[in-house]
Write a protein that binds this ligand. Structure first.
Ligand SMILES: Cc1cc2nc3c(=O)[nH]c(=O)nc-3n(C[C@H](O)[C@H](O)[C@H](O)COP(=O)(O)OP(=O)(O)OC[C@H]3O[C@@H](n4cnc5c(N)ncnc54)[C@H](O)[C@@H]3O)c2cc1C
Ligand SMILES: *[C@@H]1O[C@H](CO)[C@@H](O)[C@H](O)[C@H]1NC(C)=O
Ligand SMILES: *[C@@H]1O[C@H](CO)[C@@H](O)[C@H](O)[C@H]1NC(C)=O
Ligand SMILES: *[C@@H]1O[C@H](CO)[C@@H](O)[C@H](O)[C@H]1NC(C)=O
Ligand SMILES: *[C@@H]1O[C@H](CO)[C@@H](O)[C@H](O)[C@H]1NC(C)=O
Ligand SMILES: *[C@@H]1O[C@H](CO)[C@@H](O)[C@H](O)[C@H]1NC(C)=O
Ligand SMILES: *[C@@H]1O[C@H](CO)[C@@H](O)[C@H](O)[C@H]1NC(C)=O
Ligand SMILES: *[C@@H]1O[C@H](CO)[C@@H](O)[C@H](O)[C@H]1NC(C)=O
Ligand SMILES: *[C@@H]1O[C@H](CO)[C@@H](O)[C@H](O)[C@H]1NC(C)=O
Ligand SMILES: *[C@@H]1O[C@H](CO)[C@@H](O)[C@H](O)[C@H]1NC(C)=O
Length: 596
């Protein structure tokens, strides 16, 4: 019997439907989202919760209490107050420091929308490795977008995502010190020489590590803020005032425990899972697995002789001498670093937003402020370093700058940190950009450096941190762990990490675009002086052009092949992260690139 016409039409329609589905972007393979057939049913979530001992949360965005449905004046006031502090975001299961990463979808602003669309759907409040393991397995099995949040400090937005399951590691926090440490599986003649060490839960804040180590007169390489956690810090590199002497935080890691994409909990060190061990130290967070613990080398806490040096003027009518002076100071950084100095500089031009001020400004101010120290040295050594530089400045630009030096001495790292930790504000929309500087770029052409600094500083402020030096350059050779790591080769030549940001208004795509373009234009001026160098992953432009090269240089191909091997199905995905090229964000979904 011949087919009826309607049968042909139906077949044709079916073929067409198949064809268009193949080309329809919203129908290509994507991670599951609520309301689609792939998303687990309420009862599946319930039994998942049971396997976690009831540790599954479905939190509201914290600022929901400032909006219609959940409005609560008292609670909202507390949220508004906490929003600009790092502590607040660290202690909340879903909140992050920089508003754009939740797409401004629930700010504590009256009248603003609160959809919560930018936040995870479910959160695991992990306190044990098996909670992390269950989360990775569940996300893999159900094709759910997975994120890991520790403190939520990330400048490049890797610790939050819409329609996701989030593993919150903040309570995976403990500190265990070792008088000597041999990595698991290393025989006496293998791996690193025995050393004092500390094993910490992957969500442990820096402040807890510093305090516990200080009690036994030890310390390790950590960051400048109390609440930065070891998980994102050490996987991204991790600089600090001790780095120029000892190396980056990633260089101190002797062992990690992590949950791989297949759900296995493994130990990686110089004697087992060496590829993974290489990759997680510098290859970036939430890419090669979910870390549950890290073990760092520790060393006797140094004495710090510190000075804040301010070279400031209120005469900003002509920017030339301000940046010539700053370039002059920076050109001495390689030599100062070799002599043992490290620290943080702020280059100012104009009115700096109040919370960022290092001196109380009532009028626009220009110049340079440097707060830094020498280790196990003397106040005298520090004075001798600065004297010729400051003398040159007062002779070259007579009467222009007010120069002030305030020395302080601290018996331990903790004593110094307790007074000089990072107190800048969180809770805004901020686009950041950065670049690492080697000696040549600082020394060779001071006029060119001055012009680049002027462009980079923009209308307000830039940072030039002297946080690298011999210890970072030699780390692959000195090998505290017995194996080199994936930290960008640019760090091994760098002295200075320059960074600056552009804040922007919420709910206005134009201001965001302006901020991004402004930062990229300013960073471009630095790139021209630093061919072949790169940028520090954890404090960078989230849309850095040619990011693979900028963050990892020649290490990228090996990182990519390790990623493909340990996570063939992209259970872990973030941007900008190793091996993320096969997926892209389409609205609030994560979808396969191209046809599959
Ligand atoms: C106030 C402030 C000061 C800072 N000071 C310094 C500094 O002195 N030196 C420096 O080098 N950097 C500094 N940073 C940058 C810092 O290194 C990054 O923000 C880093 O991402 C923070 O890591 P986190 O775990 O605290 O944050 P999160 O935002 O929670 O995580 C950052 C990234 O790491 C991943 N991650 C976290 N935990 C794990 C885990 N257990 N397993 C796998 N992936 C994980 C996350 O998924 C995300 O990709 C500072 C940042 C801020 C906000
Ligand atoms: C793609 O499919 C979705 C849902 O199936 C539909 O709403 C949308 O209109 C389609 N888009 C195109 C361009 O065909
Ligand atoms: C998980 O179980 C605990 C304890 O039974 C409960 O309090 C919590 O609300 C559950 N979480 C979710 C998301 O249902
Ligand atoms: C409002 O918030 C406060 C503080 O968080 C809480 O104590 C109070 O119970 C809340 N009120 C209502 C009606 O939910
Ligand atoms: C997460 O777990 C910790 C440790 O059990 C607990 O103290 C904390 O209240 C929990 N947080 C939330 C939001 O459930
Ligand atoms: C730490 O150093 C202090 C001062 O030198 C000393 O009194 C103390 O015994 C030391 N503590 C430990 C645990 O070594
Ligand atoms: C400001 O500095 C410039 C040179 O940089 C100088 O020419 C000018 O006179 C100064 N103005 C004041 C008010 O001091
Ligand atoms: C700035 O002003 C505040 C309050 O007036 C004061 O406590 C602080 O010491 C000042 N800081 C500096 C660097 O002068
Ligand atoms: C968005 O910002 C731009 C640039 O600052 C401004 O011109 C524009 O008016 C703003 N749009 C709205 C809707 O506020
Ligand atoms: C962010 O919100 C805007 C509208 O407010 C929307 O157009 C955009 O798709 C959202 N971005 C993501 C990644 O969800």
């Amino acid at each position: 019997m011949p087919r009826t016409q309607s049968g042909w039409v139906a077949a044709l329609q079916l073929a067409l439907a198949v064809l268009t589905t193949g080309q329809n972007s919203s129908a290509r393979p994507c991670k599951a989202v609520p309301g689609t057939p792939g998303w687990p049913s309420p009862s599946e979530w319930q039994s998942f919760n049971a396997t976690l001992g009831g540790r599954l949360l479905q939190p509201n965005p914290p600022a929901a209490v400032c909006h219609a449905a959940g409005f609560n004046t008292t609670a909202c006031k507390a949220i508004v107050k906490g929003w600009t502090t790092y502590d607040f975001h660290q202690k909340d299961p879903v909140s992050v420091d920089w508003n754009q990463w939740t797409n401004d979808t629930c700010l504590p602003l009256e009248g603003a929308p609160c959809t919560g669309q930018g936040y995870p759907v479910y959160v695991i409040n992990a306190t044990e490795p098996r909670h992390v393991q269950r989360g990775v397995e569940f996300a893999a099995k159900h094709n759910i977008r997975l994120v890991i949040k520790s403190s939520g400090h990330d400048f490049i937005g890797r610790s939050v995502a819409p329609n996701s399951l989030s593993i919150w590691t903040h309570h995976l926090s403990y500190v265990e010190t070792h008088e000597s440490f041999r990595p698991q599986g290393c025989r006496p003649w293998e791996g690193p020489a025995s050393t004092t060490a500390v094993t910490v839960g992957a969500g442990t804040p820096m402040w807890n590590v510093y305090q516990r180590l200080d009690a036994v007169n030890l310390t390790t390489v950590g960051g400048g803020a109390k609440s930065v956690s070891v998980g994102g810090f050490a996987t991204g590199g991790g600089h600090g005032v001790l780095a120029p002497k000892y190396g980056l935080a990633a260089d101190q890691v002797l062992e990690v425990e992590l949950v791989k994409a297949d759900g296995q909990i493994v130990t990686a060190n110089a004697c087992q899972n060496q590829d993974l061990f290489w990759a997680v130290r510098g290859g970036g967070g939430s890419t090669f697995g979910a870390l549950t613990s890290l073990t760092f080398r520790t060393f006797p806490t140094p004495r710090l002789d510190y000075a804040s040096v301010s070279i400031l003027t209120t005469n900003v009518s002509d920017p030339r001498p301000i940046f010539d002076m700053a370039a002059f100071v920076l050109s001495h950084f390689p030599a100062l670093s070799s002599a043992g100095l490290s620290g943080y500089s702020f280059i100012l031009r104009g009115l700096v937003p109040l919370p960022f001020q290092i001196a109380n400004m009532t009028r626009p101010m220009g110049g340079l402020f440097f707060g830094g120290a020498v280790l196990d040295s003397s106040p005298e050594a520090l004075r001798i370093m600065w004297e010729p530089i400051l003398t040159y400045i007062s002779i070259t630009w007579p009467g222009l700058f007010v120069i002030k030096v305030e020395p302080e001495s601290f018996p331990t790292f903790l004593a110094w940190f307790s007074r000089h930790y990072d107190v800048s504000p969180a809770g805004q929309n901020l686009w950041m950009g950065s670049r690492l500087f080697d000696a040549e770029a600082l020394i060779k052409d001071r006029a060119a450096l001055s012009r680049a600094l002027e462009t980079f500083t923009g209308v307000a402020m830039a940072n030039a941190h002297l946080v690298s030096g011999k210890g970072v350059h030699d780390a692959p050779v000195a090998r505290p762990s017995g194996l080199d790591n994936a930290v960008s080769p640019a760090w091994r030549k760098a002295y200075v990490h320059m960074l600056s940001g552009s804040p922007f208004m919420p709910f206005n795509a134009t201001t965001k675009e302006h901020a991004k373009q402004d930062v990229q234009r300013r960073v471009q001026a630095l790139k021209e002086l630093t061919p072949g160098m790169g940028a520090y992953l954890n404090e960078a432009d989230p849309e850095e052009p040619e990011w693979q090269d900028a963050f990892w240089g020649e290490n990228y191909p090996r990182l990519l092949s390790i990623k493909r091997e340990v996570d063939p199905n992209d259970v872990f995905w973030c941007t900008p992260c190793v091996g993320n090229e096969r997926w892209e964000q389409v609205g609030d979904r994560l979808c396969r690139v191209g046809s599959s």
